[in-house]
Design a protein around this ligand. Structure first.
Ligand code: HEC
Ligand code: HEC
Ligand code: HEC
Ligand code: HEC
Length: 414
């Protein structure tokens, strides 16, 4: 209820207040949006990572909000610093019955790694996932396939870090451990199986094309690219500057339109695995030209060799160990890995978090080397330190059969 004098005055002085009100409202709204943009930032702002020389259009644009988004699995990552051996500790191979790979670890470090492997691969099931409900004294038995597979996984991880250093430590020390692939799950995400024609009647291009599969990344591109290139060493290159008029698709060495689609299928998979576009590696005016590529192109080439080795030397031979439900739906083949098994859609797995510094046991196929020169004594003469460290490491490598006094000696030298 408004006072009577106001109603009287109002009826005597009619005025259009809607016009001014709309004006004030619009101006106010604009000021509000402007202030919000200045203080809170533009939500659809993009940033672009330049990957090639200026003017070539080689860049990877990304929403700033997404760039900042952390890989959610990083938070659950478990790590623990090693116990630096001081000499005289009992080694795992002397303490336990059946340690075939991790024998040179001190008992403390051995158990530290067992605990971490549990967190990385079987946090819900615990030690029992690989050791069953046996008593601790019977943990030496190899009753469960999970333990047999894990032993090979340890060797595979050591080999990746040692032999493919140029890939997994391409920019900085990053490395891989079980968590890089497993992320707290028994079966890592983004593994793959063979897919394709099962009988002669269904053979042919139609069997692998236009099918909604993970292998084709849900495109109409061929689904057999991973198999052809990351298992069977197929030739990826399809492009040359020659005329193809006189060629026939069946001839040896002739690449067809279909081969091109398969190459594109792989490249599309690679781009999705890393969350980047083609310009991250290629100058798209000349996909064929290895002189116009970025350094990441070479990192990928190493990655292709690494994945071929992971699959052929480690994962495929494990086929007979797995229970039937772990094998592929079409060919009952062993589960295999590729770029996405580690990268999970990020340019660097775990967004470049160093997952190997705390785990020298997984960094080498030889006796682990603890406390690298940098960490041990930054104040002292670095070169001397490094040399001392190196020779200790070499000793350790040289007499593998030695009782394991190497590790303590190495600890002392630091
Ligand atoms: C993901 C699989 C896995 C999990 C989980 C696991 N282990 Fe193991 N464990 C292994 C493998 C593989 C070996 C054999 C290593 C080798 O041969 O070098 C082993 C060996 C052992 C041994 C040596 C047994 C012997 O006498 O030879 C002990 C002790 C052990 N583990 C304790 C544990 C404890 C405690 C836990 C839980 C905190 C655990 N492990 C969890 C895979 C696992
Ligand atoms: C390069 C990726 C990669 C790394 C690194 C890796 N794994 Fe695996 N792991 C796989 C793949 C692929 C499988 C097969 C999945 C399946 O079993 O269906 C597998 C299977 C397993 C299984 C069997 C699980 C099951 O339930 O079938 C265990 C146990 C295991 N890994 C332990 C480990 C341990 C321990 C490490 C570290 C020492 C490790 N893995 C490192 C890729 C990896
Ligand atoms: C992470 C780096 C990387 C990304 C991203 C990438 N490529 Fe490639 N690409 C390579 C490498 C390395 C080769 C060479 C492989 C070989 O021949 O061993 C290659 C080869 C090719 C070839 C064959 C070239 C020839 O000589 O015939 C084509 C075509 C191609 N890529 C297209 C693409 C397209 C299209 C995209 C985006 C969907 C893409 N690439 C994304 C690294 C990459
Ligand atoms: C065993 C795990 C693993 C697999 C499998 C793997 N990568 Fe990587 N990749 C890494 C790690 C770890 C790094 C980080 C290296 C660094 O930044 O120092 C990396 C880095 C890269 C980089 C460099 C990124 C940058 O920022 O410079 C490229 C490109 C790449 N990987 C491509 C691939 C491709 C393509 C494949 C499949 C053919 C592949 N990777 C498979 C672990 C893996």
């Amino acid at each position: 209820m408004l006072p009577k004098w106001f109603n009287d005055w109002n009826s005597k002085n009619p005025a259009d207040i809607y016009g001014p009100a709309i004006l004030v409202g619009t101006l106010g709204g604009a000021v509000f949006v402007a202030i919000a943009l200045v203080t809170l930032g533009q939500p659809y702002k993009t940033d672009s990572m330049q990957t090639g020389p200026r003017g070539t259009g080689m860049s990877v644009p990304e929403f700033v909000t997404e760039v900042k988004m952390a890989d959610p699995t990083i938070e659950a990552y478990y790590t623990e610093e090693p116990y630096l051996p001081e000499g005289g500790e009992t080694l795992a191979k002397d303490e336990y019955q059946n340690v075939q790979v991790l024998g040179d670890l001190t008992v403390d470090n051995f158990n530290r790694l067992m605990n971490a492997m549990t967190q990385w691969v079987a946090p819900d099931e615990g030690c029992a996932y690989c050791h069953g409900d046996a008593d601790l004294e019977d943990y030496g038995e190899d009753n469960l396939y999970t333990k047999v597979v894990s032993r090979r996984m340890i060797q595979m991880t050591q080999n990746i870090n040692e032999g493919w250093d140029g890939h997994v430590n391409a920019n900085a020390q990053v490395g891989v451990n079980c968590y890089t692939c497993h992320r707290g799950q028994n079966v890592p995400s983004d593994i793959w199986f063979k897919i394709g024609p099962t009988t002669e009647a269904t053979a042919g291009w139609a069997a692998v094309q236009n099918r909604v599969t993970v292998q084709s990344q849900y495109t109409s591109l061929p689904s057999d690219a991973l198999e052809t290139f990351l298992l069977d060493y197929g030739r990826i290159g399809v492009h040359n500057l020659e005329s193809h008029v006189a060629e026939y698709p069946d001839e040896e060495g002739v690449t067809t339109w279909q081969d091109t689609e398969r190459t594109f299928s792989l490249m599309n998979y690679v781009s999705n695995s890393l969350g980047v576009n083609c310009n991250f590696c290629h100058n798209s005016r000349a996909f064929y030209d290895p002189e116009q590529v970025t350094p990441q192109w070479s990192t990928e080439q190493l990655g292709i060799g690494m994945v071929q080795e992971i699959n052929n030397d480690y994962l495929v031979p494990l086929k007979d160990e797995y229970p039937p439900e772990r094998l592929g739906p079409v060919f009952a083949d062993a589960p295999k890995a590729a770029c996405k098994t580690c990268h999970k859609g990020y340019q660097q797995p775990m967004q470049g978090l160093n997952v190997i510094a705390d785990w020298p046991e997984l960094a080498t196929t030889e006796a682990p080397v603890y406390a690298s020169a940098e960490e041990a004594a930054p104040a002292e003469d670095d070169t001397a330190e490094a040399a001392a460290d190196d020779s200790a490491a070499d000793d350790a490598a040289a007499d593998d059969a030695a009782t394991g006094d190497d590790a303590p000696a190495d600890g002392d030298s630091n």
